[in-house]
Design a protein around this ligand. Structure first.
Ligand code: CTP
Ligand code: CA
Length: 226
């Protein structure tokens, strides 16, 4: 729409999006990660851009090209993602945190690749920073949106996360739905508020879902600053 000369309903709004997995290195060539494709977050960034928003996309490693017309920053670790988001958070009015942040990193990452030895090995892990909690503690009037994938007690656990992380709502999905969530081009989510209100959305293309998420966040945004 914006490209055709219309301002778009998010014209000038400042949207910060995170996408993709993080990588937590065990040594220079091995890491802990997850199968996030980045497609959901890239769809949100592109939808916001097409509606006229200024968009910053902070992305972990994905196979996707950086979207045109978006300020793009590539990161690898949770720590780097936090650093990149911190740089842009004060500027932003809406944060859509669709990245799948690894929860653990190696306590003692090796500086060199070492040959394997023995038949058994233990790995000591420490927590990565909780990015949303860190940003929530610094928020002024930003609207925060998260994602969660749960295998059980989804709505209750998602509502708890929304409260803990100060989210307007959280997009809950289940890893068992065929062709949705990780990697697929479609997704089926339930929008869950801090109060535990749950609005199940039908399965739809990620790009369409991105617009639904933006529709839901839009009325919560602070009044535009001239
Ligand atoms: N998240 C984050 N920083 C982390 C972990 C998660 O900002 N270190 C964000 C995710 O990007 C997502 C939301 O928090 O938007 C919920 O992620 P989830 O993994 O479900 O939450 P966790 O707090 O990590 O809870 P769990 O122990 O169930 O994994
Ligand atoms: Ca987690």
């Amino acid at each position: 729409v914006a490209a055709l000369g219309f301002p778009g309903d998010l014209a000038g709004r400042r949207v910060l999006v995170s996408a993709g997995p993080t990588r937590e290195y065990l040594d220079p060539v091995r890491f802990l990660s997850n199968p996030s494709s980045g497609r959901m977050g890239y769809a949100v960034a592109e939808a916001a851009r097409d509606r006229g928003a200024e968009v910053v996309l902070v992305s972990g490693p994905t196979a996707l090209p950086a979207p045109a017309g978006v300020h793009f920053e590539a990161v690898e670790t949770a720590e780097e993602m936090l650093g990149a988001l911190l740089k842009h958070f004060a500027w932003s009015e809406l944060l859509v945190m669709s990245a799948a942040v690894a929860d653990w990193r190696a306590a003692h990452p090796k500086g060199e690749k070492e040959a394997k030895s023995g038949e058994r090995q233990t790995l000591e892990l420490v927590r990565t920073p909780d990015i949303l909690e860190t940003l929530a503690a610094r928020r002024r009037n930003q609207v925060l949106v998260g994602f969660a994938m749960e295998t059980h007690a989804g709505v209750a656990r998602a509502a708890d996360k929304a409260r803990r992380k100060g989210l307007a709502f959280i997009c809950l999905n289940y890893p068992t739905r065929e062709g949705t969530a990780f990697g697929g081009s479609e997704n089926e989510v339930t929008l869950v508020t801090q109060a535990g209100d749950a609005e199940p959305l039908p399965r739809m293309p990620k790009r369409e879902l991105a617009d639904r998420i933006l529709d839901r966040a839009k009325p919560l945004l602070p009044p535009p600053t001239p």
